[in-house]
Design a binder for this molecule. Structure first.
Ligand code: SAH
Length: 252
């Protein structure tokens, strides 16, 4: 059965799409779903577009139309916790929507009627992605070349595991990220899609995991060299990571 690999933007999945020689495009709801193989595994790769609704819609189509057996979200995120630096990789253990607040009817962050604020990822996929990330980050120069490593200061990238938070906001001021750090002290990084897909996968009972490369520190410089970083670094990390993970799966 097929595995789905999702990213929000084209630049995040560019390198991976280039490695799917037999891919066939299926269009649904204005999105391109690329159905093919990667490492001998049946895969459907898709760009969700940006934000929680776009991501939830994409996940629903993957589950209903393509009957995928797992969804992995990849791409970039803004680092929140101290020590989560540009070029590091965050493998989520749990995901939460930082802009969801139906209090006082429900506790802040809780998805109404589910009893959950934090949605756990599939442990086996999370473990495998973390192992793949550690392997990939061992040699950034080999993967990205010396110039890119120097330009972005990626000498010693690290893998972190923990809480990833999502919301419909590009967090690009130090003031806003300080508030997130205060309210959610264990959040490692912030992005705009993961927790929405985690919620959909939870409702369907399908395994989900998320792995993000840190593109910025969610502060006043967050927009900086964003696009170049995504194509030069994050897109290649995503391919290497997903590839290393798929290589560990039994042949189909
Ligand atoms: N400046 C970019 C903004 C894209 S939105 C552009 O014009 O194209 C940012 C995307 O990257 C989202 O899909 C989100 O998941 C992720 N992301 C990276 N850094 C983020 C941050 N600081 N806050 C929120 N999302 C972030």
């Amino acid at each position: 059965m097929t595995i789905a690999v999702v990213a929000a933007m084209h630049e995040e999945l560019g390198a991976l799409l280039a490695q799917m020689p037999d891919e066939q495009r299926v269009q649904v709801a204005g999105r391109d779903f690329w159905v093919g193989h990667l490492h001998g595994q049946p895969v459907v790769a898709v760009l969700s577009r940006i934000g929680k609704v776009a991501a939830a819609l994409t996940a629903t189509v993957l589950l209903e139309r393509f009957k995928v057996r797992a969804i992995v979200f990849t791409g970039v995120a803004g680092g929140l916790a101290p020590g989560v630096r540009v070029g590091d990789v965050v493998v989520a253990t749990k995901l939460l929507q930082h802009d969801l607040d139906a209090s006082p009817i429900f506790p802040r962050y809780e998805v109404p009627l589910t009893g959950h604020a934090r949605f756990a990822v599939d442990t086996a996929i999370g473990d495998a992605l973390a192992a793949a990330a550690a392997e990939v980050l061992r040699d950034p120069v080999g993967l990205l070349g010396p110039q890119v490593v120097e330009d972005f200061g990626l000498a010693a990238p690290r893998v972190h595991r923990g809480l990833l938070v999502s919301g419909d906001r590009f967090v690009s001021t130090a003031a806003e990220s300080a508030v997130l750090r205060r309210d959610l002290p264990d959040a490692l990084a912030v992005e705009m899609e993961g927790a929405a897909v985690a919620q959909v996968c939870h409702d369907y009972g399908v395994p989900f995991a998320a792995v993000r490369t840190i593109s910025d520190r969610a502060d006043d410089e967050a927009h900086g060299d964003f696009t170049r970083f995504v194509s030069a670094v994050a897109s290649r990390y995503s391919l290497a990571l997903v590839d290393a993970w798929l290589a560990t799966l039994p042949a189909q």
